[in-house]
Write a protein of this length. Structure first.
Length: 450
């Protein structure tokens, strides 16, 4: 009963919070799904990752790519929060805000946690220097300084948004930290050459620019949920890039499962209600690391081109492969997914048969659970089941979607049911195109649970 105490509104209607989680290696379509669900939301919160993310939203014919800003920024009236668990690149954020303002949108609803760590120029430099030092064993990072910034956070060497409002303290922190970074960069053979006074000047300027937006976001979010506001949590990256549970070391430097919402937004687990896992109908991955269902053949090229699988942040070609249920089962277990949003179903048009990986064979043994060791994973051979494909449709996708799930090709409906049965979670949102109206919504009720 205690749980519901937080979530009952004045008139007794139960208003849950919604979390959007990537279930694969990122780029599942979280931006599209978050934007779609944000209609009617009061607040959208980012709680991990940084400007390494690339979330694409299509509004009419306009394509908007967001990296650091929550997707709520595209919906007027929504409060968009960058939580304490995010690492903030002020320069990248400034450019994104400029872009949104140029497109006629407002940044008035943006709030940034005073506890969020800042990505500094030396983090970007060290990201590159460390990747180069790894030689051909590099992670293939986005080069946005994410790893070095999170490392500093954990090593207690970080500078936080709130520090930008206190010149004396900021100088003291940089005086302590910068010499360590300089020595590290020297040892990698790539000296930093950072002018400390110039850096302080720039950081204080950011402080003045964002002064009104820097808040105690844990209080803001907690109070909003208590007041019955509709709050969404937008995940970045995906389960397989999670620092603990992903394909370590080929991962990002934050937790990408629903558990990260609590630490990264500063709210208790009892406030995370619905957890929607975004599942691309096949699999993609950018950067290095094991990918058991990767296709290096004609079908892989077809997925790349039909799915326009090019990185939103770095423009790199994404590696493509079949759907992997070992991965999806892991995502269901780690994040407690309550429903699925299956995206890019249209990309599988005219691919027949469709294969789905149900388990791996490693060293002659059938393996059902995702192995923790990258070298063991490199030896994993997918065990596939085959499903029937379907042909493309002739009518406009938006009009097909309006006719509902019954209008979809039978083989597509079978594919969806097969996924649901295999992981024991219902698909409540189906996406067949980039736009908002190319979506089928099977949720019984938008924001309330009966
Ligand atoms: P995110 O990082 O999870 O937000 O995903 P990205 O935005 O990086 O990549 C997903 C890409 O697929 C974007 O270009 C979206 O516009 C696009 N997309 C999303 N849903 C669909 C869909 O159902 N069909 C097609 N064809 N494209 C989609
Ligand atoms: P969204 O939110 C796909 C990958 C990088 C690299 C690894 C580590 O758009 O799904 P990092 O720069 O984080 O240290 O790089 O993680 N990566 C992503 N791949 N989508 C993302 O975000 C990613 N963010 C990081 O390619 O392999
Ligand atoms: Mg992306």
């Amino acid at each position: 009963m205690l749980k519901y105490q937080y979530l009952l509104t004045h008139d007794g209607v139960f208003l849950p919070t919604l979390a959007i989680i990537g279930t694969q290696w990122g780029d599942e379509g979280k931006g599209k799904i978050t934007d779609y669900l944000a209609e009617g939301a009061d607040m959208v919160v980012r709680y991990q990752g940084g400007a390494n993310a690339g979330h694409t939203i299509k509004v009419g014919d306009e394509v908007i790519a967001l990296h650091l800003l929550p997707s709520g920024m595209v919906r007027p009236g929504v409060i968009s929060v960058i939580g304490n668990g995010v690492v903030v690149d002020c320069e990248a954020m400034g450019k994104e805000i400029e872009g949104l303002v140029r497109s006629g949108r407002s940044a008035d609803g943006l709030r940034i946690s005073d506890r969020a760590n800042i990505v500094l120029p030396y983090h970007r430099a060290l990201d590159g220097a460390e990747e180069r030092a790894r030689g051909n064993k590099g992670v293939g990072t986005t080069g946005r300084g994410i790893g070095p910034c999170y490392s500093d956070k954990m090593a207690r060497s970080g500078i936080r948004m709130g520090d930008l409002l206190d010149e004396e303290y900021l100088r003291e922190r940089l005086d302590t930290v910068l010499p360590i970074k300089e020595r590290l960069a020297d040892s990698l053979g790539e000296p930093l050459n950072i002018d400390r006074d110039e850096l302080v000047r720039k950081l204080l300027e950011y402080g003045r620019t964002y002064r009104d937006k820097i808040v105690d976001s844990s209080v803001l979010i907690y109070d909003a949920i208590k007041a019955g506001k509709r709050v969404m949590f937008e995940g970045a990256q995906g389960t397989m890039l999670d620092i603990d549970h992903g394909t370590y070391p080929y991962v990002t430097s934050s937790n990408c499962t629903s558990a990260a919402i609590c630490t990264g937004a500063g709210i208790p687990p009892s406030m995370v209600e619905q957890v929607i896992g975004v599942v691309k109908a096949y699999t993609t991955r950018v950067g290095a690391g094991p990918f058991p269902t990767e296709l290096k053949d004609e079908t892989g090229r077809k997925l790349l081109h039909q799915g326009e699988e090019f990185g939103t942040t770095t423009g790199r070609e994404r590696r493509c492969g079949w759907l992997d249920l070992v991965v999806l089962r892991l995502a269901v277990r780690l994040s407690g997914l309550t429903s699925l949003a299956i995206t890019k179903l249209d990309v599988l048009n005219d691919i027949d048969p469709i294969k789905v990986c149900v388990a791996y064979e490693i060293d002659g043994e059938r393996v059902e659970n995702f192995p923790g060791n990258a070298s063991r994973l490199e030896r994993a051979r997918p065990i596939y089941e085959e499903l029937q494909g379907w042909s493309s449709w002739s009518e406009e996708t938006a009009s097909l979607c309006r006719r509902g799930v019954e209008a979809l090709p039978e083989a597509m409906r079978d594919y969806i049911s097969y996924i649901e049965r295999s992981v024991g979670v219902k698909a409540e949102i189906l996406s067949l195109g980039k736009r908002r109206d190319e979506t089928i919504d099977l949720r019984p009720d938008r924001w309330s649970i009966a």
